[in-house]
Design a protein around this ligand. Structure first.
Ligand SMILES: O=P(O)(O)O[C@H]1O[C@H](CO)[C@@H](O)[C@H]1O
Ligand SMILES: Nc1nc2[nH]cnc2c(=O)[nH]1
Length: 295
C-alpha cells in the first residue's frame, strides 16, 4: 500500500503559490486531458504553458499521448487550466501524487473539474468513437484500500468520510447531454458507469466479463481517484469518456487493443470532444455566475 507520509497540505500550497505568482488570470475550471486528447488545451486563447518538470512538487508525464504541460488560458470567456497529460498509478506514482494537481487547483480557486479519458467499452451498444458521459464510477483500486484519501486526513481539504453521491454533478451531466444533442451527436452520446482498474495491462476476457457483470459500461486506468479528490474538496465534477475500443469479452478473437489504437481514435474524435467541452465551459461560466449572485 502507498503511504502518504510524504504528503502535506503545505506541498499543495507551495505549488499553488508558485503558479499564482506566474499566472495572469486564476482559473475557475480545470480540465484534465485524457490519452491523446491534449489538443483540447491548444484551443485556449492567450495561453501560458508550464512543463510539469518546472512546477515544484509535480510529477512528470511518462505515457505517450500525455505531453506533460499545464496550460492556463481562456476558453469562451472563462479562465481555465488544462492538464495536457495526467498521471496514472501504473506509472509508479502514489495516489496522493497522481491527484496532487486537483488539490493545487482547489487552492487556486477552481470550482469545477472536467475530466476526460480514453476508455474501452464493455457495453454492447457502444461503438468505437462514441462518447460516454460518466454518471458514476467503480473504483476498483479504491475498493481494495488504494484510495487517494488513504492516510491522515487534512480537514482543510475535506472530511474524513466524504459521501460520493452526486460526484458526477447531475446538472452538468444533463447540460452536457443537451449540448451533445444540440450539436447533432445524439447517435454517439451515452451515459454510463466508468470502472477504473490499475493497469497497465488491458483486461483479460474473464476480467472484462467480470467488470460487465459488476455494472461497468466502460473501463480505463484513471479518472476515479481524480474525481474522488475533487469531490472531497468540494468541487463539481464532469467526466467524459471517449470510447477508443470495444473490450473483447469472448475467446478466440484476434481483435486486441494497443495504446497506438487508443491514440489514433482519440485523434480522430478529438474535435467532437473539444466542441462539447467548449460549449459546456461556456454554460458552466453562466451557472457559476448565477451561483455567486445567490451567495
Ligand atoms: O485514462 P487515460 O489517461 O485517458 O488513458 C487511457 O489510455 C491508456 C491505455 O491506452 C491508459 O492510461 C488508460 O487509462
Ligand atoms: N483498462 C483499459 N483502459 C483502456 N483505455 C483505453 N481503452 C482501454 C481498455 O480497453 N481497457
Amino acid at each position: 500500500m502507498h503511504s502518504r507520509e510524504d504528503f502535506r497540505y503545505e506541498h499543495c500550497e507551495e505549488t499553488a503559490c508558485w503558479l499564482q505568482g506566474r499566472v495572469r488570470t486564476p482559473p475557475t475550471i480545470a480540465i484534465i486531458c485524457g490519452s491523446g486528447l491534449g489538443l483540447l488545451a491548444d484551443t485556449l486563447s492567450n495561453p501560458q504553458a508550464f512543463p510539469y518538470s518546472e512546477i515544484p512538487n509535480f510529477p512528470t508525464s511518462t505515457v505517450p499521448g500525455h505531453a506533460g504541460e499545464l496550460v492556463f488560458g481562456m476558453l469562451r470567456g472563462t479562465s481555465c487550466v488544462c492538464m495536457k497529460g495526467r498521471f496514472h498509478v501504473y506509472e509508479g506514482y502514489p495516489l496522493w501524487k497522481v491527484t496532487l494537481p486537483i488539490r493545487v487547483f482547489k487552492l487556486m480557486g477552481v470550482k469545477v473539474l472536467v475530466v476526460t479519458n480514453a476508455a474501452g467499452s464493455l457495453c454492447e451498444s457502444y461503438k468505437t468513437g462514441d462518447l460516454m458521459i460518466i454518471k458514476d464510477h467503480i473504483n476498483m483500486p479504491g475498493l481494495a484500500s488504494l484510495s487517494p484519501l488513504t492516510g491522515p486526513n487534512d480537514d482543510r481539504f475535506g472530511p474524513r468520510f466524504p459521501s460520493l453521491l452526486d460526484t458526477y454533478d447531475n446538472n452538468l451531466r444533463s447540460t452536457a447531454l443537451d449540448i451533445a444533442h444540440r450539436l447533432g451527436h445524439s447517435e454517439l452520446i451515452h451515459e454510463g458507469v466508468y470502472c477504473m482498474v490499475g493497469g497497465p495491462n488491458f483486461e483479460s476476457v474473464a476480467e472484462a466479463k467480470f467488470l460487465r457483470i459488476l455494472g461497468a459500461d466502460a473501463v480505463g486506468m484513471s479518472t476515479a481517484p481524480e474525481a474522488v479528490v475533487a469531490k472531497h474538496c468540494g468541487m463539481r465534477v464532469f467526466g467524459l469518456s471517449l470510447i477508443t475500443n470495444c473490450v473483447v469479452q469472448v475467446y478466440e478473437v484476434e481483435d486486441f487493443v494497443d495504446h497506438n489504437t487508443v491514440l489514433e481514435v482519440s485523434k480522430w474524435r478529438s474535435q467532437i470532444l473539444q466542441d462539447l467541452i467548449t460549449e459546456l465551459v461556456a454554460t458552466i461560466k453562466h451557472q457559476e455566475e448565477d451561483r455567486q449572485d445567490m451567495e
